[in-house]
Ligand binder design. Sequence first.
Ligand code: 4AD
Ligand code: MG
Length: 466
Amino acid sequence: MVVPTIREILKKGSPDKGVVVRGWIKTRRDSKACSFVEINDGSCRASLQAVLSPENGDFAGALPELVTGAAVEIAGDLVLSPAAGQKIELSAKTIKLHGSCCPEKYPIQKKKASDEFLRTVAHLRPRTNKYAAMLRIRSELAYLIHTYFHEKGFCYVHTPVLTGSDCEGAGEVFTATSFDLSQLSVLPRTPEGELDFSKDLLGKKTFLTVSGQLEGEALALALGRIYTFGPTFRAENSNTYRHCAEFWQIEPEMAFYELDDDMELAEDFLKCIAKGVMEKCPEDLELFAKFVEPALMDNLRNVTESKYERLAYTDAVKLLEPVNDRFELKVKWGADLASEHERFLVEQYFKKPVILYNKPREVASFYMRLNDDGRTVRGMDVLVPRIGELIGGSERESRLDVLEKRMAELGMDAAPYWWFLDLRRFGTVPHSGFGLGFERMMMLVTGIANIRDVTAFPRVPGYAEF
Ligand code: 4AD
Ligand code: MG
């Protein structure tokens, strides 16, 4: 039998007879006359109060088991609550205990636990208010993203997770193989003595994708406007508050878009989905504003209401060089801006999101379109307060000869990219796209400071528990 969720019950907010509620006990409090049990079923932040009165049933025997974390099913009548704090409550008649919960051993107690501790019990932390709220917002945010692109006529495509090319060319890839690496001595070898991946299940060396972009480009050059929404993987050993080895990326790719169009879309997209969370998740956001990041709502208003600063890389360097003594790493034309520089621009100088574009070619990915100056490329990053880079994107190099030259300069083996080059051979057009890091967007909308706490089961250097 399916019973209503607490969210549905509270939304309706009216008395009702013969209602069954299922969930986990948050707390129990006993008065002389009766006991009060707060039940939460994860459907919303609020709990439902069940009142256990001896006038309505014999609860004395069950009481010792009705502790924090126990799973119960309570049947009774929904009545208007005589006390402040809740509009309606459940006047219990019967209680069924599904699963007891040893108070001495259960790690989730009412007392606030640290984020570090809760990561070690990631299978139970969704039972806390904070992590349940985070996961509900995550779900809503994903839905808002799909809605945004759907309403704009983008085609939702699925790019492979197992891929033969390293999109970012940074070599930060996880190799995916069906070889049993504990049997190294018996695995097939090439004449040169290397592992022979042509004998591997997929017939070649493959990786977990770092980005769906390259395949996304092929699909955009047929369907016009597409987006991906999937997991991506980076074997970079970055132990920071904003890097995960596994994270989700949303990657729109648009035929006939130039860099300006790309930046415009990125800004509109961020504003719409952030606004959407503010509208759809007010209760859960209130929790984060109250207990996690006091400036959350101001930050969100800043992201949704301000006009993002468009700043060319060269102008950023001009602006930062005079204040170089503030920084650990000195700014110099030609080098990537570090997180401290990005945050200075966003948090102290402009005090709003910044779209940094036209990076030097030396620090750019191979696929970014070269500008006529020969020194910079049409890449862009959207930088936001607290997080720094939230989106990375570019207009793509759509000219075959320029792309081939660039790949050769970088010493890339063009062979695995034959199909990517084909896109420039057959009906090439200007096109652009970007990637939004879903977890970083979650950090922005919740105010949660560490990426390990915006995903249910984080994958970071040295940690793959659960
Ligand atoms: O800037 P990145 O590396 O760009 C790409 O992958 C392009 N192929 C995207 C495209 O144009 N289609 O990554 C895009 C975004 C970053 O801005 C950041 O938000 C996020 O992905 N990101 C990470 N998030 C968590 N952990 C990591 N290790 C991340 N690396 C990148
Ligand atoms: Mg980037």
